[in-house]
Design a protein around this ligand. Sequence first.
Ligand SMILES: [Fe+2]
Ligand SMILES: [Fe+2]
Length: 398
Amino acid sequence: MRIAFYGGCFNPPHLGHLAAVREAYEALKPDRFLILPDRQPPHKKAIPGEPGPEERLEQCRKAFGCFDWAEVSDLSFSREGPCYMADTVRLLRQQYPGDDLILVLGADMLPGIEDWHDAASLLNDLHLAILDRDEIPRSALEEVSSRLHQRFGARVDFIPNDPVAISSSQVRALLPQRKGEDLLPSSVYREIIRHRWYDAQVSLSWLREQVYAMLKPSRIPHVAGCEKAAAALAARWGADPEIAAEAGILHDMTKRWTAEEQLRFCREQGIKLDTCEMESPQLLHAKTGAREAKLRFGASDEICQAIRWHTTGKPEMSLLEKILYLADVIEENRSYQGVDELRKLCFEDLDEAMAYATRSSLEHVRESGNQIHHDTLDAYRWYSAADNRRRNSNVISR
Ligand SMILES: [Fe+2]
Ligand SMILES: [Fe+2]
């Protein structure tokens, strides 16, 4: 049996890995193709915020799951300590005695291979398939290959390979900048965002796509308007417009859920409800949205708190909480009496705008005959008092 194998840290597995494996498989057509993630890479230091070994293994299963001929193996997980290729090959030789083992490697690895740990045992009679990306002159590769053959009896084949110029370290550097999702299998990117590994910040275009698919189509313009207004208010008041935009995209993500779904989710998640929320389940999407944004997209606590308070408001809100609350009520699709005045006020004085917006909300709830939420009443009292205090102090200072 011919068994090809491809090892690495896969931290994270990216589209370059997938392309390499596909090309190697097409060229070799082995009976089995094993992907061997290292449990503990020998030379690499732990990276802050990276997934653990078991999580990397699972990420590899997701990434290479698109190839029905590829098998992700936890062979290197059976050993403690650093994982050297020589150990992996020893284990494979024990497991598959008499079979032709083919180590698939990028050409950049070949020139240094004689310095690898226990190279003599590794290379003894080994079959290597080198993905040749034209980065290193073929003559230099041929020279190494004939030396490996003479010294160790190793056999080297070259596989012409279209270079996919991606490295895991490049991907890790892009993720905190809301980039890199186009370099990753979508299932891998989704998990990275869910756990916020590598300090990843979510790509806003990807997030829009995910969240819009959860909304009623008629709600999408409102959510898009809220994102835009939140980013504009953040730019005005010195907050991060991208964080505000993320909060705007996420804020109504559970709005489509029925009252039963909202209540069930609250029960399952241990979210406590007050009597007003029990009677007006449309208010619940703030609490369920905050929790779901964390569970599904790993949203920060700051964003989750802004989503949590976007329907009722409360006293002493953070800057982002006020921005989201106000963006929700002034976004470009809103039209009600006083909205233009409120829009103007939002860019002049946020607390005055909060006083205005909570008063409008109370009037609206009163007119519609619904129960007033005590948090909105407290917010109104707080911001109108803050508003009065500031107005008084302005008069005195003049
Ligand atoms: Fe909402
Ligand atoms: Fe909304």
